[in-house]
Design a protein around this ligand. Structure first.
Ligand code: ATP
Ligand code: MG
Length: 433
């Protein structure tokens, strides 16, 4: 096959057989975030490169190695978004959504990072992001974390644990940084190449190194939590108390720093043991400095992003989901004059039965061939329109799954049956769409 018939490495099609699972997950998330009062925002997939450099940080894996950056035709440097927070903050400042307001926002969509593709790590992947602006208190993080815990419960995900840490204030972090640099200097010979470089530019990032040879050294490093300022300590203690009260278990991990520079105080990750090395399914924290850093008024903020591919990989494959987008009925016109009537009839049924998924046989074919198509469509019923039915204004109503005899029904009766089917399905899934 020609090279251009292959999708770009690390970027994948979501095929019709999989899209039902995506849709199902997205619908659950929509309902969840709405139940906490969050509203959706949609940002462009492309932003100015400068935005990401200023927010994520120049000395980070993302900015140094992973961004899809290109020159626009007018010479401006643009980047496919590697994450959503920067664009969300940009939009918030640009449209005046943040100043003197509380905003609870969420978004969903593709992100792009030039990483080494492997299971759970792709170059185009999808995130659901949630951001809260204008509230400095720790109950924000508590609610974000509770929302995550609720989602895992609703999705039936059990093997996942929470790690939290506090990065403190910019001042306390600067003091800690000095101690950390002194520690790593004493062990400079044991540092890997990236870490040696970062010793001068961004030493905290060394704690985030995934290099196996570095782990022992990192474990012996001074702890961030021993160097917190009083306010950050109180903030962290309050968050822990709220999590205790909500009975959400967590582990304090003093080495957790996250791969983006904009975090302050709380950071957290949800990690599973079921996905191998790509075990983090959701990560977030507080980023009180970012809005001002990007030119807005000082605005406290916190949020998280979860990886949809990793989440789907964790969910048990549900048999019934594969059929979730199959039609409810397949309309089979056979004989003189029936096709035109069938098209009009199908329009009427779709109008009268909201939510109905109805497929009409197009392109002709014998009765047998059409029934075969009906069967393959996954529809539970075939609607048969022959010359007799055409003359009588009726339809054959034929069950395709299980036993059940074929009936001849008036059009209104067919519409009623189908409406019942749709409403039963809604009840079963607990979702509207
Ligand atoms: P990792 O340590 O796995 O590289 P990260 O710290 O770079 O993750 P974030 O930028 O915090 O990840 O993104 C939040 C979530 O998005 C991650 O926890 C993960 O679930 C998902 N994610 C990040 N990068 C990828 C990727 N390349 N492919 C698939 N999912 C990803
Ligand atoms: Mg990464």
């Amino acid at each position: 096959m020609a090279q251009y018939i292959r999708s770009v490495r690390g970027m994948h099609d979501i095929l019709p057989g999989d899209s039902a699972r995506w849709h199902w997950l997205e619908a659950r998330v929509r309902r969840l975030v709405a139940s906490y009062g969050y509203r959706e925002i949609r940002m462009p997939v492309v932003e100015r490169t400068e935005l990401f450099k200023r927010s994520i940080g120049e000395v980070t894996d993302i900015v140094e190695k992973e961004m899809y950056t290109f020159e626009d035709r007018n010479g401006e440097s643009l980047t496919l978004r590697p994450e959503g927070t920067a664009g969300c903050v940009r939009a918030g400042i640009e449209h005046g959504l943040l100043h003197n307001q509380q905003q609870r926002l969420w978004y969903m969509g593709p992100m792009f990072r030039h990483e080494r593709p492997q299971k759970g790590r792709y170059r185009q992947f999808h995130q659901i992001g949630v951001e809260v602006f204008g509230i400095a208190e720790p109950e924000v993080e508590a609610e974000l974390i509770a929302m995550n815990a609720r989602l895992w419960r609703e999705l039936g995900i059990e093997d996942v644990r929470l790690e939290i840490n506090s990065l403190g204030s910019p001042q306390s972090r600067a003091e800690y940084r000095e101690r950390l640099v002194a520690y790593f200097r004493r062990h400079e010979a044991d540092l890997d190449e990236d870490s040696r470089r970062r010793l001068d530019t961004n030493p905290l990032r060394i704690l985030d190194s995934k290099h196996p040879d570095m782990q022992a050294l990192i474990a012996g490093a001074p702890s961030l939590l021993d160097h917190l300022d009083l306010d950050s300590q109180a903030h962290f203690d309050a968050l822990c108390a709220m999590l205790d009260e909500m009975a959400i278990p967590y582990r304090v991990n003093p080495r957790l720093v996250r791969g983006l520079d904009y975090y302050t105080r709380t950071v957290f990750e949800w990690i599973t043991g079921s996905l191998g090395a790509q075990g983090t399914i959701c990560a977030g924290g507080r980023y009180d400095g970012l809005v001002a850093q990007l030119g807005g008024r000082d605005t406290p903020a916190a949020g998280f992003a979860l990886g949809i591919e990793r989440l789907l990989a964790l969910m048990r494959p549900a048999e019934d989901l594969a059929a979730a987008d199959a039609p409810h009925a397949f309309l089979v016109p056979v004989g003189e004059g029936t096709l035109h009537r069938a098209l009009a009839l199908a329009e009427a049924l779709r109008r009268d039965v909201p939510g109905l998924r109805l497929q009409t046989n197009l392109g002709g074919g014998s009765f047998k061939a059409q029934l075969k198509r009906a069967d393959r469509s996954g529809a539970p019923y075939a609607l048969l329109l022959g010359e007799d039915e055409l003359a009588q204004g009726t339809l054959g109503f034929k069950p395709l799954r299980g036993q059940g005899a074929q009936e001849t029904l008036a059009l209104e009766a067919v519409a009623e049956r189908l409406a019942l089917l749709v409403s039963e399905e809604r009840e079963a899934t607990g979702l509207d769409a």
